[in-house]
Ligand binder design. Structure first.
Ligand SMILES: *Cc1c(COP(=O)(O)O)cnc(C)c1O
Length: 232
């Protein structure tokens, strides 16, 4: 299936514009462009949109739901063996096996029960994705992520359990707050534990995140347009 030329062009243009803004933000922050990777968040968008992004050179993608990721990405790997899939949404323990089978990185490790499930699943799958610990920097009850207070202890036990597969931290700041202080909190926490990866910043605030040392920025709507209603 091919996407309409208009949609493909638009996605390619959007990607070019985002890459340009990332480059500018890096320059402003005195950082190397190569140190920031763009995760294109394709949740709720059809496989044709993902293909358009792949054809425009994008290789790293983020999906919230394991089921949806499984319906799009394994087939694309045949043609694009170097694509990378990140699971970025809250993960149920009963989805851990499928996540280990299909993902290159799980960005949402946030509780001991999920650590146990991933450990077991990885043994069964013969494959352990890279892991980020999601920190609920705003301590919002409805949001995934380890609470701020518990973050240091959870990072330590996770490092003991998974070693260098724990690559770093991820956060989603509260919607109506200045994100910079949340990004800074994540950065300091990562520094304390010597973790190299910080996944932070979305369409509305990725430049702020780059100024605070983000190494992964997760951009959805600014690339693929506003999201269609999920088909579940
Ligand atoms: C949807 C989503 C994004 C992308 O959000 P946009 O505002 O569309 O860029 C980033 N991170 C997570 C965890 C998401 O769920």
């Amino acid at each position: 299936m091919a996407s309409s030329p208009d949609m493909s062009d638009l996605i390619a243009q959007n990607l070019a514009a985002i890459r340009h803004r990332i480059a500018q933000a890096c320059e402003k922050a005195g950082r190397a462009e190569a140190d920031v990777s763009l995760v294109a968040v394709s949740k709720f968008h059809p496989i044709e949109s993902v293909e358009a992004a792949l054809k425009a050179g994008q290789r790293v993608f983020g999906e919230n739901r394991v089921q949806e990721a499984a319906s799009k990405f394994p087939q694309l790997r045949d043609h694009f063996p170097d694509l990378r899939l990140h699971i970025i949404g809250g993960l149920q323990t009963n989805k851990a096996l499928e996540a280990c089978q299909i993902a290159d990185m799980i960005e949402s490790l946030d509780r001991p029960s999920l650590s146990d499930a991933i450990k077991k699943a990885a043994q069964k799958a013969g494959r352990l994705p890279e892991l980020l610990i999601q920190v609920n920097t705003g301590d919002e009850p409805q949001k995934s992520g380890i609470p701020r207070e518990e973050a240091d202890a959870f990072i330590e036990t996770s490092l003991k359990k998974f070693g260098p597969k724990i690559r770093g931290l991820m956060c989603i700041p509260p919607e109506n707050e200045d994100p910079a202080s949340h990004f800074r909190f994540l950065r300091r926490t990562g520094d304390r534990h010597g973790l190299p990866v910080l996944s932070m910043g979305m369409s509305a605030d990725f430049e702020t995140a780059i100024a605070e040392n983000a190494t992964l920025v997760r951009v959805g709507s600014a690339i693929f347009g506003s999201r269609p209603v999920p088909q579940s």
